[in-house]
Design a protein around this ligand. Structure first.
Ligand code: HEM
Length: 464
């Protein structure tokens, strides 16, 4: 009996403490003018619910509080915006104090000259320098040939094997970028670079606790090693006095004072290209392979588009810019894949001053989660939104719709959009003109917080 009373007492006490903590946290954030919503536990907020329930947590909150509500996720008081019009407004108005709001660990590890860390005139300079080396003209005149050569050899000798397409597309995205950046020097750095890059990526999504053994610590170390690696390449190139027609070569020889970068800025640009194009390109490629496997009619139409291009040229001839431009259905497959899989759920902003948004007052320093996922499943924009239907992109100009945000929007619109599409298109070209494939089966796919196959996505490949 006594034990039971003590047990009830402890449970009751815990309930009272929990209620008091929750209540205290709500009161703490009950400033006048804030949007409706809940703040969860002190310090942790609603992070656990957010990560566990993902999109459903946000949809439930929206059902109660509307499309613009407050929460506390990933360590910060945050306003979640699920309103397409407001999302557009936020992305278009960085100048009013709505700057990128990525976590501290990401900013520390990607570097202070990284494009996500700079605003205003510094952003203009970094973005301009970046656009110079990844623009459609640059792709047409220099990068496409490199990408073509890389893809053609990267996916050779797969026939008769079981491959993990997740691992292969990750390798493809990373090594293809390295080749475009460093050309002939890519092979010199890639072995040392790969493990460091993995640590760097993990570090950017960790808590910023700099103690030995933490992902943040090992990510910071990896950043140091990566800088050293690239400084060596810069030094070697300067000593050799050769000319290099790759991204690094162009960055090093830029004389235009508007876009001339010092070594630290050059290395942060390289890291930005490798980091931003890595998961986006690899996941979209993997999911395209998945959806094409599940939709034979789409695969057949895609194959016809690519065989028509291949049959016009010798077996070793590379894809040209005009071949690429003629790949209309391929682009539709890529857009549909990025939409249906929702490779990017949204983007983060933070307020640099207190401001009014949607009739509410958002304090300085709050994060805004511009959550674009739901618009991908809007049945008005995309009838039967959960069906893989690349044809929907063929007849309407869906990609110029004002709520098309697969690549972000406003002044931060993805500068690597065309490059990413070229890489995925070239990968698909060689993959589907050379091979057929069947899924081995039994592999799990998760969609949130990121799209991934935790144990890989295995396919059995045979010659086409
Ligand atoms: C399927 C491929 C891709 C998708 C879906 C994608 C998506 C996005 C999105 C949504 C943003 C906006 C981020 C924000 O507003 O905070 C963005 C920005 C960016 N992307 Fe991409 N991206 C892709 C490929 C690439 C590639 C291949 C590169 C590099 C060559 C790249 C480089 C960047 C950079 C540097 C930014 C930041 C721009 C700025 O802050 O001004 N992306 N991307």
């Amino acid at each position: 009996m006594a034990v039971f009373v003590v047990f009830v007492g402890v449970v009751l006490g815990l309930c009272i403490i929990c209620t008091a903590l929750l209540r205290w946290n709500e009161v703490r954030y009950r400033k006048k003018g804030l949007p409706p919503g809940t703040m969860g536990w002190p310090l942790f907020g609603e992070t656990t619910d957010f990560l566990k329930e993902g999109p459903n947590f946000l949809k439930n909150q929206r059902a109660t509080y509307g499309s613009f509500f407050k929460s506390h996720i990933l360590g910060c008081p945050t306003v979640v915006s699920m309103d397409p019009e407001l999302n557009r407004y936020i992305l278009l108005n960085e100048g009013k104090g709505l700057v990128p709001g990525y976590p501290q660990s990401m900013l520390d590890i990607l570097g202070k000259c990284n494009i996500a860390a700079v605003h205003g005139s510094a952003h203009k300079k970094i973005r301009g320098a970046l656009l110079n080396i990844i623009s459609p003209t640059m792709i047409r005149d220099h990068l496409l040939l490199t990408i073509d050569g890389f893809m053609s050899s990267h996916i050779s000798n797969w026939a008769g094997k079981i491959v993990d397409i997740q691992e292969k597309t990750k390798e493809m995205a990373l090594l293809s970028s390295l080749k475009q950046i460093a050309g002939v020097d890519a092979d010199l750095v890639s072995e040392a670079f790969k493990p460091e890059f993995q640590k760097l990526v993990l570090g950017t999504i960790s808590l910023p606790i700099n103690l030995p053994g933490t992902n943040y610590h090992s990510g910071s170390q990896a950043r140091k090693n990566i800088i050293k690696l690239w400084l060596d390449v810069l030094q070697r190139r300067r000593a050799s006095r050769g000319t290099y027609q790759d991204m690094l070569g162009f960055l090093m020889k830029t004389e235009d004072p508007k876009y001339k970068l010092n070594d630290e800025e050059i290395i942060d640009q390289i890291i930005a290209i490798l980091y931003s194009g890595f998961e986006t390109v690899s996941t979209t490629s993997m999911m395209a392979v998945k959806y094409l496997h599940d939709h034979p009619r789409a695969l057949q139409e895609l194959r016809e588009e690519h065989l028509a291009i291949r049959n016009e040229k010798g077996s070793k001839d590379p894809i040209t810019w005009s071949d690429y431009k003629s790949m209309r259905f391929t682009r539709a497959v890529i857009y549909e894949t990025a939409r249906l899989a929702t490779v990017v759920n949204g983007v983060l902003r933070k307020t640099t001053q207190e401001m009014e948004l949607n009739g509410y007052v958002i304090p300085k320093g709050w994060r805004i989660y511009v959550y674009t996922r739901e618009i991908n499943y809007d049945p008005i924009l995309y009838p039967e939104p959960f069906t893989f239907n690349p044809w929907r992109w063929m007849d309407k100009n869906l990609d110029s719709h004002s709520y098309f945000m697969l690549f972000g929007g406003g002044g931060r619109l993805c500068p690597g959009k065309e490059l990413g599409i070229v890489e995925i298109s070239t990968f698909l070209h060689y993959f589907i003109t050379r091979y057929r494939w069947e899924e081995v089966g039994g592999d799990e796919l998760i969609k949130f917080p990121r799209v991934a196959a935790p144990n890989g996505l295995h396919i059995k490949v045979s010659k086409f």
